[in-house]
Design a binder for this molecule. Structure first.
Ligand SMILES: *[C@@H]1O[C@H](CO)[C@@H](O)[C@H](O)[C@H]1NC(C)=O
Ligand SMILES: *[C@@H]1O[C@H](CO)[C@@H](O)[C@H](O)[C@H]1NC(C)=O
Ligand SMILES: *[C@@H]1O[C@H](CO)[C@@H](O)[C@H](O)[C@H]1NC(C)=O
Ligand SMILES: *[C@@H]1O[C@H](CO)[C@@H](O)[C@H](O)[C@H]1NC(C)=O
Ligand SMILES: *[C@@H]1O[C@H](CO)[C@@H](O)[C@H](O)[C@H]1NC(C)=O
Length: 165
């Protein structure tokens, strides 16, 4: 599934892209996500109380990224004003350079925050997901209608702690 988003181009020059609403602090460029293991996504937000957020895993050239997985699928949306989501177990995607983006459920991906590249270690027995619900901002071309991939592994997004205690 290829799509291009001008906002992702910033990845080429910045370790982490900050949106007006969100700042991603994890994964770092030194993070390693291993198939079957655990991972964390951490962020801070501004004025996002009461909203639900999505986390997406992507790979490939930042100017023509490939959508890998909606890590908050199956109702696992996270409250935007929380600060961390723990993902377990990680699907077995093929080893490579990946990145995540974080933003409001159904929101314009131009307003998402993007991480820099980090390493993913796996053998590739899991297929990349078919993007089913594209927020479809003008800058993002509609994904090609590929044949459905094998069902993505369920990744539980458990929120650890609210931002304000
Ligand atoms: C957060 O994003 C929304 C659009 O989804 C925007 O209207 C709002 O102004 C943003 N908030 C801040 C503090 O930038
Ligand atoms: C991974 O997360 C699961 C579920 O939260 C937990 O039971 C397990 O102990 C964690 N494993 C590691 C190595 O942190
Ligand atoms: C990414 O794609 C752009 C545009 O096609 C190209 O100029 C650039 O060299 C590519 N970068 C990599 C690392 O492949
Ligand atoms: C991700 O999953 C949530 C449901 O948990 C859904 O609302 C959202 O549209 C999905 N996002 C994408 C890009 O498929
Ligand atoms: C990949 O496959 C090899 C050989 O079967 C195995 O030893 C290794 O643990 C697998 N790695 C992952 C990340 O699943």
């Amino acid at each position: 599934m290829k799509f291009s988003a001008l906002s992702i181009a910033a990845l080429a020059t910045a370790a982490t892209t900050v949106s007006a609403n969100f700042t991603l602090s994890e994964p770092w460029s030194t993070s390693v996500w291993t198939s079957g293991g655990n991972a964390s996504v951490a962020w801070t937000s501004v004025d996002e109380a009461g909203k639900k957020c999505e986390i997406h895993l992507l790979t490939g050239n930042a100017t023509a990224a490939t959508f890998v997985s909606n890590l908050t699928a199956h109702g696992n949306l996270v409250p935007c004003d929380f600060t961390r989501a723990n993902l377990h177990p990680l699907p077995d995607y093929i080893s490579g350079d990946y990145f995540v983006r974080f933003g409001e459920n159904g929101g314009d991906t131009a307003n998402y925050a993007y991480s820099g590249y980090f390493k993913y270690v796996g053998n590739g027995t899991a297929s990349y997901e078919t993007l089913t619900a594209t927020p479809a901002p003008a800058a993002v071309a509609a994904p090609a209608a590929d044949a459905p991939a094998a069902a993505a592994s369920v990744v539980q997004a458990a929120v650890a702690q609210p931002a304000s205690i």
